[in-house]
Write a protein that binds this ligand. Structure first.
Ligand code: ZN
Length: 490
């Protein structure tokens, strides 16, 4: 074993990892948090701007009701207590893409607090639960573009003022694996509630990690660092491992971990220090004078709770109960809300859940994974896939022909019946046509026919095969078998 490996194992024996995550989620509103500009992603730079989000003098923010509704919904899905009165605050700092010189956020009276999230179970079956410290609303800053014009930085303010929530967890996570499980569970809930696309590539879900180490058995928290620039869940897991071992090396070398911001370099697999991180008082938070406190009536909050969409865990329970599917199927089918809804559409139209589950987990996922297209661009509608399953159940097409039909449905978006017709794979069940093929085969293979009639049952397969060949695969094998038996007796 190498020295480095031994040092790593010794660190894991001696120290415990303590992690809390801050997750920024962009709310799925049509317009920005405090003005009517569009939130559309990918538009030309700076077209979605107005005096409010450009911070022109005298422009005043007006709170977007839909943003409040979605933020409240997310907070309730995370089992938080929603405050009846929360306060917007100015978070002051300078950055070139922050035209106001402050961000409207929430500080000591956030929208919601004291939630929790179950991320799995321990070996003994007890739940692993992570506390949610708070969920607060804020606006996004603009975007600095460093790589477009050599030697210059460009600013795009389309994102300035886009509504976000920040979900802050308690330092309850004890490994990079738990951090990954927390993020995946959280993303699922965010998607199921329709609060956000939670798309990391487009920046609508961003993660910062606070991490410290302490000797096992110690209950006090060590000094934490904040790791930023995490742009995938696996990146978070790798960055936490790297930072854990860096901190262990510092402490083992007799040093002290400094409170600072670290940047993750995914390509090199390293963390390195960014600007030094000072306490939150440096932002000089104070209540936003341009916005009144956000007051939510108790019955409005209660209604939001009643209107919560079905959460992943409830849907998993229902799939087991309602469709009688095994756990493994349920896990796959509920992994994303789109997949779960797609499956339900197919099962509802077809009427039989198990073949619907098999096709969605098999053929549908294979196409989606191979082509990496988003669900929105998948061309086979649930009703049409159900139609194809109907054709298989009714012996109109064979199972292998159904796969060819499905490939055509994926390519063209057409319905299954005309495709089956076009490909000539509809099984022929017309008695006259079948009888003609059977009789022709009998006439062409008199020896085999006689042996079959005198009791050599195994020749039935040979004769059926000949009929299938003659029909170009269109004869319904069940009917052909039937006809042969009838002719042999008769
Ligand atoms: Zn605007």
């Amino acid at each position: 074993m190498s020295g480095a490996t031994m040092a790593r194992e010794a660190a894991i024996d001696r120290y415990e990892m303590v992690v809390g995550l801050e997750v920024h989620v962009q709310l799925k509103t049509r317009t920005k948090a405090f003005c009517n500009c569009s939130t559309n992603f990918g538009d030309a730079p700076n077209v979605n701007t107005c005096p409010v989000c450009l911070a022109l003098p005298g422009a005043l923010p007006v709170l977007n009701y839909e943003a409040v509704r979605l933020a409240t919904r997310a907070a309730l899905a995370l089992c938080c207590t929603v405050r009846e009165r929360s306060v917007f605050a100015r978070k002051n700092y300078f950055y070139p893409d922050l035209p106001k010189g402050y961000q409207i956020s929430q500080y000591d009276r956030p929208l919601a607090e004291h939630g929790h999230l179950m991320i799995g179970t321990n070996a003994d079956g007890s739940p692993i639960t992570v506390g949610i410290t708070r969920v607060h609303m804020e606006e996004d800053a603009g975007k600095s573009i460093h790589d477009r014009y050599p030697g210059r930085t460009a600013i795009d303010l389309n994102r300035s003022g886009v509504p976000l929530i920040e979900i802050v967890s308690e330092p309850d996570l004890r490994s990079s694996t738990e951090a990954g499980a927390y993020l995946r569970t959280l993303k699922q809930i965010i998607e199921y509630t329709g609060v956000s696309d939670a798309n990391m590539e487009e920046g609508s879900l961003r993660v910062d990690a606070n991490i410290s180490i302490r000797e096992r058995g110690e209950t006090r928290l060590g000094t934490k660092t904040e790791v930023k620039n995490l742009n995938s869940f696996s990146g978070v897991e790798r960055a936490l491992e790297a930072e854990f071992h860096r901190q262990a090396r510092v402490v083992n070398g007799g040093g002290r971990v400094e409170q600072q911001t670290m940047l993750w370099d995914g390509a090199r697999g390293e963390v390195r220090p960014a600007r030094s991180k000072e306490g939150s008082h440096d932002y000089r938070y104070f209540p936003e004078p341009d916005l009144p406190p956000l007051v939510l009536a108790p019955d409005w909050i209660a209604r939001q709770r009643e209107e919560l969409p079905e959460l992943p865990r409830d849907r998993r329970d229902r799939f087991r109960r309602e469709y009688g599917l095994p756990d493994a199927d349920v896990e796959v089918l509920t992994s994303s809300v789109q997949l779960a809804e797609y499956f339900e559409g197919v099962a509802r139209h077809h009427g039989d859940a198990k073949p619907a589950a098999n096709w969605v987990m098999g053929e549908v996922l294979a196409v989606l994974n191979a082509s990496a297209i988003p669900f929105a661009r998948f061309r086979v509608r649930p009703a049409d896939l159900a139609g194809l399953l109907d054709l298989v159940r009714d012996d109109v097409v064979s199972h292998s022909a159904a796969k060819r039909v499905f490939a055509e449905m994926v390519a063209t978006g057409d319905r299954p019946e005309p495709i089956a017709e076009r490909l000539g794979v509809r099984q022929e069940r017309d008695e006259g046509a079948l009888a003609a093929w059977v009789d022709a085969v009998i006439a062409e293979h008199p020896t085999e026919w006689e042996r079959y009639r005198s009791g050599e049952r195994k020749l039935q397969g040979v004769l059926v095969g000949q009929v299938m060949k003659k029909s170009g695969g269109r004869a319904d094998p069940k009917k052909v078998n039937q006809l042969l038996v009838e002719r042999a007796i008769g």
